[in-house]
Design a protein around this ligand. Sequence first.
Ligand code: JF5
Length: 256
Amino acid sequence: MRIDVLSIFPEMVEAFASAGLLGKGRRNGLVEVRVHDLRSVTTDAHRSVDDAPFGGGAGMVLMAEPIFATVEAVDPPRPLLALGPGGRRFDQAMARELVATGGFSLLCGRYEGIDHRVHTNLIDGEVSIGDYVLAGGEVAAMVIMEAVGRLVPGVMGNANSAEDESFSDGLLEYPQYTRPATLRDLAVPEVLLSGDHGRVARWRRAQSLLRTAQNRPDLWHARGGLGPEEQRLLAEFGLVLPASMGAAAGGEPAHS
Ligand code: JF5
């Protein structure tokens, strides 16, 4: 896996990519991260990477020339993706798509945006990590590097691939506990100590359903609500869904 990052704050990205599991994956030769400083290709005395917008307005725009020059100098792997709030929303499915490319590149914008000729003539797509505005694309690039890097075989072992699949079944994870069984009068749910593996699995599934209904109505409605077997599962553990979340798609309407 190769990931190239184009940024005016390369030290920020380099430090991140050197730490933790991603750093270990790099040192082991599983993930190659190359960070390129957009300022290093500038030729003017001030090493300029930004300028005022044509037509006026507040703030500065990232200039096209340093980006074109960097791409020509380093020939980064494609697709070349720009980070920005206007892009396609990044999610676990896109992380799987990106790891399957074997290599891609990330352009970190700053200021009010990037000269649009970069979008129309150089980049292959724009990616957003969510509906909020950052000061620059570096943090978004780090999010993508981490989410994709951990999918590279060997970076985290293969222990998590099954759990990632469970995210793709559209439910949130169930709650986890570890020792001690009682902490300041707070007991671990008795089912987890019961040794009844079938009942543990059913409890976890019921908890995943409840959490998803409570916290993620978007995921809940996308999977079509609750099937009859899942209704039995919730009843087994005395769990009650929030109002109007009980009906499966095509079942009884929650309200008129
Ligand atoms: C950026 C111009 C890029 O703000 C973001 C962002 C939000 N979600 N995903 C990315 O990127 C930084 C700011 C201004 C271009």
